[in-house]
Ligand binder design. Structure first.
Ligand code: PLP
Length: 460
C-alpha cells in the first residue's frame, strides 16, 4: 500500500497546487468580460480528453490544465453580459470570493450544534428577506439548493398542515390532495406534485398574464375539498409576470388554505423601488421562495425558503432517528428541519457576506438598474419597425418578436450571435410562436449591448 495520507498532506506539492488554484480563480475573476464559452458534443470532449479518473490519478496540475483548456471552454459562462437566455446569474465580487471561504471551511450547515455561527449569519439574511416581504419577526426558514427543492419543501409543509388540521377536526383524508396554480406556473410545481402524488389544478390567467383571486374562486367553484395550497408566481420565468398575490391570498385564506409564492426569479424585485408594488400582500402568505443565484447576485446554487410559521415547516420536515436525536431534540434552529434535506452546505453565506459588504442599498440599486434597462429596451422595441413587444415587462424580462421571421431565421440569428460571442439569446415560444427574450439580471449587461442585438435583428 502506498502512503494512505497522500491526499491530506500539508506539503510542498499541496502548497504549490493551492497557489495554482488561487491563481486560476484570480484570473477567472478578473476576466472582463469572461468568454461566453459553452457547449461541445460528448464526442468532441471524448476526443479531447484523456482518461482522468484512473487508479493512480493524473495529478492536480494536469487535471487543472485540462479543466482550463478543454472543460471550461465547453461550459457556458452564465455571468457573461450577453447571457440573456433562461434566467442567468451574475454573482457579486464579494459573493464569489466568500464562496471560496465556505468551501475551505468545512461547515456543516444542517444543525445549530455544528454550524451555529454560519446558521446565525444565514438567518440574518432570511430575516431581512422576511421583513422586506412584510412578514412578522417570527418568520424564518432555510437556504436550500434551488427553487425546485424550495417549492417542494414548502408544499410538503402545506400538505402536512392541512392533514394535521383535518386530523384535529376528526375528518378523513380527502380522496385526492390538490394544489392549484396558474397555467404559467413553473414546471417545478408540477414536478413537486408528481413527487408528492397530488393533483395540480391549472387555473387560467387574465389577459395580462396574471392570476387573480377571483379566477381561483371561479375555477374551484366551491370544490375546495383536498385543496391544500394555492401557488402564486412572483415573476414567471418566461415573462416576469407577478400574480396578484393579495387577492389570491384573501381567497385562499377565506378557505383556510396555504398560499405559497414561487418567487425563484422575481421576488428579488421587491427590493427595488419601481417593482416593490407588485409584491403587495407578500407579507400575508404562508411561504415564499427566492433564488439568490437568479437575481440576488449570488453564485449557484441557493434558494431562500421562508415560512410565515416556521414551526409548521419544522414539524413537517424534522427527521427522527436515534443517531440524530442529539441534533434534533433541541429548540435551536436546525436548518435541516425546514426542508427535504439533511446534510447541507451553508449556501446562504456568500449572499450574507456580500450583503454585509455592500449593504442592501447596493442590491436595491442594482435590481432597479436591471429594471430600468428592461423598460428602456422595451421602449426601443415598441418604437422599432422590425420588432414587436409581446407584452409590457413587469420586471426585467423583455419578450418580443422579429416581424416576419420563421423559427429557422430565429435559430440562425441566435446561432450567429452565439458563434460571434456577442450574446446567448436563444429563441423561446409564446403561444406556439417563436419569440426572443432578454432576461436582464446582470448589471454588466448594457443598453449598448442590447442595442447591438436590436440592430443585428435587422439582418436577414
Ligand atoms: C428557476 C425557477 C424555478 C426553479 O428554480 P431552480 O433553482 O432552478 O430549481 C422555480 N420557479 C421559478 C418561477 C423559476 O424561475
Amino acid at each position: 500500500m502506498n502512503d494512505p495520507m497522500r491526499m491530506h498532506k500539508h506539503d510542498a506539492a499541496t502548497a504549490a497546487l493551492r497557489e495554482k488554484i488561487f491563481e486560476y480563480a484570480r484570473v477567472r475573476m478578473e476576466l472582463d468580460p469572461p468568454p461566453l464559452d459553452g457547449s461541445a458534443s460528448w464526442a468532441d470532449l471524448r476526443a479531447a480528453m484523456p482518461d482522468t479518473v484512473t487508479e493512480d490519478g493524473i495529478g492536480g496540475d494536469k487535471a487543472l490544465e485540462l479543466f482550463g483548456d478543454v472543460l471550461a471552454p465547453a461550459t457556458m459562462s452564465i455571468d457573461h453580459p450577453g447571457q440573456v437566455s433562461f434566467i442567468p446569474t451574475a454573482p457579486s465580487e464579494a459573493s464569489i470570493l466568500f464562496d471560496l471561504i465556505v468551501s475551505a471551511s468545512s461547515v456543516f450547515g444542517g444543525s445549530w450544534l455544528e454550524g451555529a455561527g454560519a446558521v446565525y449569519a444565514e438567518n440574518e439574511v432570511l430575516k431581512f428577506l422576511a421583513r422586506e416581504a412584510g412578514m412578522p419577526e417570527s418568520a424564518g426558514g432555510v437556504f436550500v439548493q434551488g427553487g425546485t427543492n424550495g417549492n417542494l419543501s414548502a408544499l410538503v409543509a402545506a400538505r402536512f398542515d392541512a392533514m394535521h388540521k383535518r386530523e384535529e377536526a376528526g375528518l378523513p383524508r380527502p380522496a385526492r390532495w390538490r394544489v392549484a396554480a396558474s397555467e404559467e406556473a413553473h414546471s417545478s410545481i408540477a414536478h413537486a406534485a408528481r413527487v408528492m402524488d397530488v393533483d395540480v389544478i391549472k387555473i387560467p390567467v387574465g389577459d395580462d398574464g396574471r392570476l387573480y383571486g377571483a379566477a381561483v374562486e371561479e375555477a374551484l367553484a366551491g370544490e375546495w375539498d383536498g385543496v391544500f395550497a394555492i401557488v402564486a408566481t412572483g415573476g414567471t420565468t418566461n415573462y416576469g409576470i407577478v400574480d396578484d398575490i393579495a387577492s389570491i391570498t384573501a381567497v385562499a385564506h377565506a378557505h383556510d388554505v396555504w398560499v405559497h409564492v414561487d418567487g425563484a426569479y422575481g421576488v428579488a424585485a421587491m427590493l427595488a423601488p419601481s417593482t416593490k408594488k407588485h409584491f403587495a400582500g407578500l407579507g400575508d402568505v404562508d411561504s415564499f421562495i427566492v433564488d439568490p443565484h437568479k437575481w440576488l447576485y449570488a453564485p449557484l446554487d441557493a434558494c431562500a425558503l421562508v415560512y410565515r410559521h416556521p414551526a409548521i415547516g419544522r414539524a413537517a420536515h424534522t427527521q427522527h432517528a436515534s443517531y440524530l436525536d442529539v441534533l434534533t431534540d433541541t429548540t435551536e434552529w436546525n436548518p435541516s428541519d425546514f426542508a427535504v434535506h439533511l446534510s447541507r452546505r451553508a449556501r446562504g453565506l456568500p449572499l450574507w457576506f456580500s450583503m454585509a459588504t455592500y449593504g442592501v442599498g447596493a442590491y436595491r440599486d442594482a435590481i432597479e438598474w436591471n429594471n430600468q434597462l428592461a423598460q428602456r429596451i422595451a421602449q426601443v422595441i415598441r418604437d422599432s419597425d422590425h420588432l414587436e413587444l409581446v407584452r409590457d415587462p413587469m420586471l426585467s424580462v423583455v419578450v418580443f418578436r422579429r416581424k416576419g421571421w420563421t423559427q429557422e431565421q430565429y435559430s440562425d440569428w441566435s446561432d450567429r450571435m452565439y458563434q460571434e460571442e456577442i450574446a446567448a439569446c436563444f429563441p423561446s415560444k409564446h403561444r406556439g410562436e417563436p419569440v426572443l427574450r432578454f432576461a436582464i439580471v446582470n448589471p454588466r449587461t448594457t443598453f449598448e449591448l442590447l442595442m447591438e442585438l436590436v440592430e443585428r435583428l435587422k439582418e436577414d
